[in-house]
Design a protein around this ligand. Structure first.
Ligand code: FAD
Length: 439
């Protein structure tokens, strides 16, 4: 189509999907949205997958279906291995290339193991559906094996370690405590699982350090009440297949360590030749493009996006989603011959859910503090909005919410069945590397 601007978006996370959605209504732009998976995954609900509260299909949204009604948006499944910011283009793992007039990078993050020996090999991070399925599979396997051979518990088979006391670690530890202490005793009533433990390790002297002191004590109290043991002020020195050694010299025998210890930019950032700052993230200008490369934008977790105070904004779904929409606005401004606008983040605040009806939230730019049910309600509101903005299905979220309130410790039998862990974890119906779908 003459006069059409080709926009290639790498990554169908919050940032990429929001950018494509806004551009879908722009007749002068044609978009190719590329992702290695062929689906959008809703990361904030990953630990519900890991602890069998939700099924993978509940948070996996097929990209082709999401954009089926938008003729100007194509989706392509494939691994991008290189980008050329000078004459914008991407190269796929199968060596095919895609040229662009405008390149948008929304490739997200990867876990940062901080060179901890054994961490990469013997822990499971929680960044993707595959990770979350691995955690669920491992929990079910360990309980199944301990039910057959109860003596395995003494070897750490029922000891679950979470590394990192930030929101991901705290939310994961809270959800693990529920499945380990409240759900599994009903599945294996004959198994003496009084010895089952959930341990949260963090180098800091409290959890949720980004929150207020009040929130720290509340989170510690709620985790402890749920049976999470806290090992604070110690770091992980080494992880082996059967244990974790801490900086105080102690060793915890365990067969499952979930790594929530930090993140850095997706590997594509270091292969892009673009300027990288803190966390290996690509530094961007206020209009979200990269200095010296006006036709290249970087958004969301792969970028350091300057906030109003000049500090980089946090790695949050709402930052990524708003940046995606904003970058699309600036691409349209170029088409109109208008001036690009500097990104303005509408701060929703920060929040973490610790467990059923227990959450902390600091709402809005003035950080109005909430705890308990009110914070949980705020968490629900923000996440429902993130889902709706992504154009994702709300049905599963609403049914999960119903279970969450009305049927404590309820899980679907399918998600607790160890037989399901041997099946292919994630089916990519009709999608494989290089597949392209016109919208
Ligand atoms: C467990 C967990 C819980 C979270 N909870 C919350 C929360 O409660 N609230 C909140 O606001 N935020 C939360 N976050 C953070 C939030 O999910 C991220 O900030 C957000 O997903 C970032 O969006 P993004 O679009 O930048 O990247 P992502 O959503 O990570 O998307 C990146 C996409 O790029 C694709 N990709 C990467 N590299 C390539 C490549 N080379 N080739 C092809 N495709 C590629 C990936 O497959 C992925 O789909 C959570 C994050 C995690 C991990």
């Amino acid at each position: 189509m003459a006069g059409t601007t080709e926009v290639v978006i790498v990554g169908a996370g919050f940032a990429g999907v929001a950018c494509a959605r806004r551009l879908a209504a722009e007749p002068r732009a044609r978009v190719t949205l590329v992702d290695r998976n062929g689906y959008h995954q809703f990361q904030p609900l990953l630990y519900q997958i890991a602890t069998a509260e939700l099924a993978p299909r509940d948070i996996r949204f097929d990209l082709h279906e999401m954009f089926a009604r938008h003729a100007s948006v194509r989706t392509r499944t494939g691994e991008v291995v290189a980008i050329d910011p000078h004459s914008p283009s991407v190269t796929f793992a199968d060596d095919s290339m895609l040229a662009a007039d405008v390149l948008v990078l929304g490739a997200g993050a990867q876990p940062n193991f901080f060179h901890t020996p054994g961490a990469e090999q013997h822990t499971v991070p929680l960044y993707s559906l595959t990770d979350a399925e691995r955690v669920r599979g491992r929990i079910l396997e360990l309980f199944r094996d301990a039910a057959a051979k109860p003596e395995l518990a003494a070897d750490g088979a029922l000891t679950f370690v979470v590394v990192g006391g930030g929101p991901t670690g705290v939310e994961t530890a809270g959800a693990l405590a529920e499945i380990v202490h409240d759900v599994m005793p009903h599945v294996y009533p004959h198994l003496a699982i009084a010895g089952a433990r959930v341990i949260l390790v963090d180098l800091g002297h409290t959890v949720l350090t980004a929150f207020s002191d009040d929130a720290h004590s509340y989170a510690v109290q709620q985790l402890t009440r749920r049976g999470v043991e806290l090992r604070l002020g110690v770091s992980v020195k080494e992880v082996t297949p059967d244990g974790v050694t801490l900086s105080d010299g102690t060793t915890i025998k365990t067969r499952l360590v979930v790594w929530g210890g930090g993140q850095s930019a997706a590997p594509l950032a270091s292969r892009s030749g673009l300027p990288q700052g803190r966390g290996g993230r690509i530094d961007v200008q206020p209009d979200l493009s990269v200095a010296g490369f006006p036709k290249v934008y970087a958004l969301g977790d792969v970028a350091n996006i300057p906030g109003a105070d000049g500090e980089a904004l946090p790695q949050l779904g709402s930052v990524a989603q708003q940046a995606g929409d904003w970058a699309a606005g600036n691409i349209i401004a170029d088409l109109e011959g208008d001036r690009r606008q500097p990104f303005h983040y509408r701060d929703k605040g920060i929040m973490a859910m610790i467990g059923r009806k227990a959450a902390v939230a600091e709402i809005g730019p003035h950080r109005h503090e909430l705890k308990g049910r009110f914070a949980f309600a705020a968490w629900l509101g923000v996440h429902a909005q993130l889902l709706a903005n992504a154009g994702a299905e709300m049905r599963a979220f609403v049914s999960w919410l119903d279970d969450f309130y009305v049927r404590p410790a309820h899980r679907s039998a399918e998600l607790l069945d160890p037989a399901t862990i041997d099946r292919p974890r994630i089916r990519l119906e009709g999608t494989h590397d290089g597949t392209e779908h016109a919208g």
